[in-house]
Design a protein around this ligand. Structure first.
Ligand SMILES: Cc1cc2nc3c(=O)[nH]c(=O)nc-3n(C[C@H](O)[C@H](O)[C@H](O)COP(=O)(O)O)c2cc1C
Length: 329
């Protein structure tokens, strides 16, 4: 039984990947994730504002001296000055500890100064970089085209800055023309398109009349949106798809492969137990299922339930069913 697959320019043994989250922020966990059987690991993200803040502090520091030093020390202390060095050290240590690909991750909203840092990520030994990009469509002065242009520019500039660093682009499902956008982005030379990033949602506490974050973790029903879009996109895009969001049951990995994903990301389910046994169980289930169905390679069944490129008819296109809704009173 061969469950190996190409991911970010490397052959990995399992299509199951540890998604970026708090569990991928230290080498002990990364080693344990490898032992549990993940094919690759995506490190916890640095946020663009962390990088730009530190870079501007460094510039400021170099330009000032004397009585300014005291003020600088205060700022440095409060801006966690070592975050970038710590991140590079995490990459180096992870690379020394495991054989699986280690992918760095940046949450960004623009093609900004953080791009300088991508070179350092490459030098530290990262096997690739995942860009988690999202621009909140709340600004009435910015059109959809302008938002999409930022995505394109960022990838193009990053590719020019560090041509040999494989890029995974992680996007959200918010777009009026998601399929068109994904197809366009997939032509920019990225190694994989990662669907979808997850948003923290907010609730309102009516007693304190305050806003509070909820639903940090996904739940089991989130998988259905991921299945739908994996099936719609996998044959439309010009690069492999990494699908994630709502993977909580072992069969979810198989479902996303059938829908056309090359690899499957898991984050919330890593918090289910202390030994990442979900990964081991999902991999075992995949192998048993392949054996039962006489599949020797992932390519024997991957995309069997995805939508053909030119098809206009698919059950995945239906979002409102008169016949189902009509009977419910
Ligand atoms: C606790 C937690 C922290 C996360 N941190 C990040 C992050 O730093 N960067 C990122 O791109 N995604 C982050 N994510 C999102 C996950 O990588 C993933 O895209 C999302 O949770 C959907 O997958 P899931 O249903 O398996 O959780 C985080 C998710 C969780 C639950």
């Amino acid at each position: 039984m061969d469950t190996s697959v190409q991911y970010m320019g490397r052959t990995i043994k399992s299509p199951v990947i540890a998604g970026s989250c708090g569990k991928t922020a230290n080498t002990d966990n990364i080693k344990r994730l490898e032992d549990a059987g993940v094919g690759a690991v995506i490190l916890k993200s640095l946020f663009e504002e962390q990088i730009t803040q530190e870079i501007s502090n460094n510039v400021w520091s170099a330009q000032n001296s004397g009585e300014m030093i005291e003020a600088y020390n205060y700022i440095a202390q409060h801006t966690k000055h070592n975050q970038l060095d710590n991140y590079l050290e995490l990459i180096r240590k992870a690379k020394q500890s495991v054989q699986i690909p280690v992918i760095a991750s940046i949450n960004c909203v623009s093609a900004n100064e953080w791009l300088q840092f991508a070179q350092n990520i490459h030098q530290a030994g990262a096997d690739g970089i995942e860009l988690n990009m999202f621009i909140m469509p709340s600004n009435v002065n910015i059109s959809a085209d302008e938002v999409e242009q930022v995505y394109e520019n960022t990838i193009q500039i990053l590719k020019r800055a560090v041509p040999s660093l494989p890029i995974s682009l992680k996007i959200s499902s918010y777009s009026a023309s998601l399929a068109k956008l994904c197809q366009k982005l997939s032509w920019l030379g990225i190694s994989t398109l990662s669907i979808f990033n997850r948003f923290i949602e907010h609730d309102i506490d009516v007693e304190s009349q305050t806003v509070k974050p909820i639903n940090i973790f996904s739940n089991e029903t989130d998988i259905y949106n991921t299945i739908r879009w994996t099936a719609i996109l996998s044959k439309l895009v010009n690069c492999p798809l990494t699908a994630g969001g709502g993977v909580h049951k072992e069969d979810d990995v198989i479902k996303l492969l059938l829908a056309g994903a090359n690899t499957v990301q898991v984050a919330s389910a890593l918090y289910q137990d202390n030994d990442f046994s979900f990964i081991t169980k999902a991999q075992k289930r995949l192998e048993e299922w392949m054996e039962k169905n006489s599949y020797k390679h992932l390519s024997d069944f991957r995309g069997r339930l995805s939508i053909d490129k030119n098809s206009t008819v698919s059950t995945f296109y239906r979002v409102q069913y008169m016949k189902y809704y009509a009977g419910i009173e």
